[in-house]
Design a protein around this ligand. Structure first.
Ligand code: HEC
Ligand code: HEC
Length: 330
């Protein structure tokens, strides 16, 4: 008798677990139909989109072919927006492939509608309704204003088409299932705070650009609590290793002692590299901080970011951003 009970109990358990797993596998990401918009390609909007794509959001960094032998890895000529496979050294969960965003109809976004591109950027699902890996920072882009996301689409329509067939992203199993919970539809019109309100606008910039994506330490892919913007996140490529800096207003270990003008000057320092080409570097100077893209940020944007960064919680956390420097000094 007890054997039958046991058998039944086991069958029930198998069914329950199986059902749960089947549910996870069948689960579709939350999504809404793409917006029915046609973005007009006015010169102002295309230029604003170029600034957002190449400077402020630095979409270029993840979606272009870059030269990692040079300071801050500039985009290679003819590499803009063509996508690539991320190297194994980054220890990402699976084969992660950044998409070709050029207007090529077969391998890029040529056949996508404007609404489909906007949905991918802010809501994290592709044209077929597949969840994009949230390493693409759509959870931060969710709060990007309609004006800004439309400007990016306008610009993407104007860049040179590059035929570049790439394999598809293949996430490792638990991540693949969990990641399906990340996409979320954006409800209603989204606007940015007025630029004249520097603090609010600075918060909008730092949040939607996702400075925290690089400037906060992670455990199992999520930000370590209480360490917001306190640095120490490791970025490794075959060309070198760098740790992000503490950009909280802590006086000793963060940027608490920096003046607003000093902050602006720190970014402007790399303008010559951005405009005339970045020099070749050794492993000690390797960095992935988007200095070249940010060197040409509008001054008002830099000042707004500074204002907001003054208000985040100071965290005492000493970071050695370039460990290779010290090793080579001994
Ligand atoms: C940290 C790296 C990173 C940044 C920054 C980034 N992306 Fe992505 N993006 C990716 C990856 C990786 C994918 C592919 C995800 C997948 O296949 O699941 C992707 C996918 C996309 C897609 C979907 C295309 C397709 O064919 O499926 C679009 C559109 C896109 N990104 C646009 C942008 C724009 C616009 C920006 C800047 C506002 C941006 N991305 C910034 C990494 C990034
Ligand atoms: C792709 C990763 C990445 C992103 C995105 C990023 N940073 Fe950084 N940042 C770094 C790394 C790594 C360093 C340290 C190495 C260096 O200084 O080059 C750094 C350094 C800095 C420094 C210099 C701090 C010091 O003590 O010298 C400032 C300021 C800074 N980042 C601000 C920002 C702001 C503001 C944003 C968002 C608008 C941002 N970063 C986005 C990776 C990143």
């Amino acid at each position: 008798m007890w054997k039958r009970v046991l058998l039944l109990a086991m069958c029930a358990l198998i069914l329950a677990v199986g059902g749960g797993v089947a549910y996870l596998f069948a689960r579709k990401p939350a999504m809404a139909p793409p917006r029915d918009v046609k973005v007009a390609l006015t010169p102002e909007r295309v230029e604003r989109g170029r600034y957002l794509f190449s400077n402020l959001y630095e979409c270029t960094g993840c979606h272009s072919e870059r030269d990692f032998s040079k300071f801050a890895a500039p985009v290679k000529p003819d590499g803009l927006g063509k996508g690539f496979v991320f190297p194994d050294q980054m220890r990402l969960p699976g084969r992660i492939v950044s998409a070709n965003l050029t207007p090529d109809p077969e391998t890029g976004l040529g056949k996508w509608t404007d609404g489909e591109i906007i949905r991918a950027i802010r809501e994290g699902v592709d044209r077929d309704g597949k969840a994009l890996f949230a390493f693409m920072p759509y959870t931060a882009y969710r709060s990007m204003s309609d004006d800004d996301v439309e400007a990016i689409v306008a610009y993407l329509r104007t860049i040179p088409a590059i035929h570049n067939p790439l394999p598809s992203t293949q996430l490792a199993l638990p991540v693949e299932l969990l990641n399906r919970g990340e996409p979320k539809p954006v409800a209603g019109p989204v606007t940015a705070p007025p630029r004249s309100d520097a603090l609010a606008y600075g918060r909008y910039l730092v949040t939607t650009v996702d400075c925290a994506g690089c400037h906060t330490m992670k455990k199992n892919g999520t930000n370590v609590e209480g360490m917001d913007l306190a640095g120490g996140f490791e970025l490794s490529l075959p060309e070198g290793t760098v740790f992000s800096a503490n950009i909280t207003p802590d006086m000793e270990t963060g940027i608490g002692s920096w003046t607003e003008d000093g902050f602006v000057a720190r970014f402007r320092q790399y303008r010559d590299f951005a405009q005339n080409g970045a020099p070749s570097i050794s492993r000690e100077s390797f960095t992935l901080m988007p200095w070249l893209a940010y060197a040409e940020l509008e001054e008002e944007d830099l000042r707004a970011m500074y204002r907001y960064l003054r208000t985040v919680k100071p965290v005492r956390h000493k970071v050695n951003t370039h460990p290779a420097r010290q090793i080579s000094q001994h």
